[in-house]
Write a protein that binds this ligand. Structure first.
Ligand code: ADP
Ligand code: MG
Length: 375
């Protein structure tokens, strides 16, 4: 059911005039023929009544269900669980969602529509067969082995392209705010699709809890964002750098083991960089099956993206060129990265708490014994 035909059904608008009025407020939607405002009953049928067996995930914004539409397409339905006061009203919500639908890029997940039912809000996305990168990274060696070097490289470049599009081609630009492995979905060909971009737009301005809702895993947060809430494109670049290190190493941003306790991937990468042993960071499940030169270059780009000082981080289009070797990273100076050390005790927005826990990587050096031996 397309935008015009089902709008009144979903919103119980009194007349045709109201429909036309809303459409006039739209900022010239370019492809709204692809945008569907679903009725609640359509989504209920598609997801077997939002049954537990259809549930595929749960995130900061709410639960996600797999659904089958009557036209045969498979979708992921996100039921937003944000309090109504902080959510935009019906018209604004649909308007913002329409704008997001106009963003089209091979590396962005396609938002096919939305639905409003009373206080409830839903977003409907194309379903991604291979779930998210988080599943691969957290799924142990068995899962990581399937992700060979070539696939990892394509994922990195794809995510970089998707972000460069949001940052540098979309006007006004969009800061993602929540780049992390679970927001990188993988389609049937393992093509990466960045998801959850622009979600802050559906929240009312100044929503007091906006940061906690949107900011996902603390390990991906740029220090300046964690400390002061200052959000720029360079905040995303930092998160991208962390993601890159995760993809290459097969490790998550914060790791824990009995021998070393909690340790941080960014710190480890920096230690190995200074010890000139960068290849030790590469996921051991890859064996020797990767080009060393590319691996070193990728890790250096990752380190450059997580620089403590935001202005030393490259723009996404530059990072992309460095990854593809169009720009020589060999001549770029890499200084120490910044990281938020004590993740458990941090509360967003409380400066005093942050200061005591925020540490430059150099101040918390690992002992050599915490690194595996040089090969
Ligand atoms: N379009 C989609 N296709 C397939 N799985 C999805 C899709 N969107 C989300 N998911 C799954 O649902 C989970 C929860 O998603 P989300 O609510 O965005 O939370 P988060 O991003 O914090 O993990 C994801 O980790 C992913 O496994
Ligand atoms: Mg998500």
């Amino acid at each position: 059911m397309k935008f015009n035909s089902c709008f009144s059904k979903c919103f119980s608008l009194p007349s045709e005039t109201a429909i036309i009025d809303i459409r006039k407020e739209e900022p010239e939607p370019g492809n709204d023929q692809n945008f569907t405002v679903f009725s609640y009953s359509e989504l209920k049928v598609a997801t077997h009544g939002f049954s537990a067996s259809n549930k595929i995930g749960e995130g900061a914004f709410g639960s996600v269900y797999k659904g089958l539409l009557t036209n045969g397409s498979i979708v992921a339905v996100k039921m937003l669980s944000i309090e109504l006061e902080s959510m935009r009203g019906e018209r604004e919500f649909v308007s913002e969602i329409t704008t997001l639908t106009n963003l089209e890029h091979e590396n962005l997940v396609t938002l096919v529509g939305c639905c409003v039912e009373g206080a409830k809000r839903f977003l409907v996305y194309n379903y991604m067969e291979n779930n998210s990168l988080a599943q691969v990274l957290l799924g142990g060696e068995q899962n990581r082995i399937k992700l060979r070097w070539g696939a990892r490289g394509r994922i990195l470049l794809g995510v970089a392209r998707g972000l460069a599009y949001l940052h540098e081609e979309v006007k006004p630009h969009i800061v993602h705010r929540d780049i992390k492995a679970s927001n990188i979905l993988l389609d049937q060909n393992l093509i990466p699709k960045v998801s959850d971009f622009g979600l802050s737009r559906i929240l009312r301005d100044n929503a007091s809890h906006i940061s906690t809702h949107v900011a996902g895993t603390l390990g991906y947060l740029a220090p300046e964002y964690a400390i002061s809430g200052r959000l720029t494109r360079k905040t995303d670049v930092y998160s991208f750098g962390v993601l890159l290190l995760e993809i290459i190493s097969g490790q998550t941003v914060v790791n824990f083991d009995l021998e070393h306790g909690e340790h941080y991937l960014v710190q480890k990468a920096w230690d190995l960089y200074r010890a000139n042993r960068l290849l030790q960071l590469v996921d051991p499940v890859l064996g020797m099956n990767y080009p060393e030169e590319d691996a070193v270059r990728y890790i250096k780009v990752g380190l450059l993206c997580v620089q403590e000082t935001a202005r030393f981080r490259p723009e996404m289009s530059t990072a992309l060129k460095m990854l593809t070797n169009e720009i020589d990273i060999g001549v770029v100076q890499i200084s120490q990265p910044g990281l938020v050390a004590d993740l458990m005790n941090i509360k967003l927005g409380h400066k005093t708490t942050f200061r005591s826990h925020y540490t430059k990587a150099s101040n918390m050096e690992s002992t050599p014994s915490s690194l595996s031996s040089c090969s």
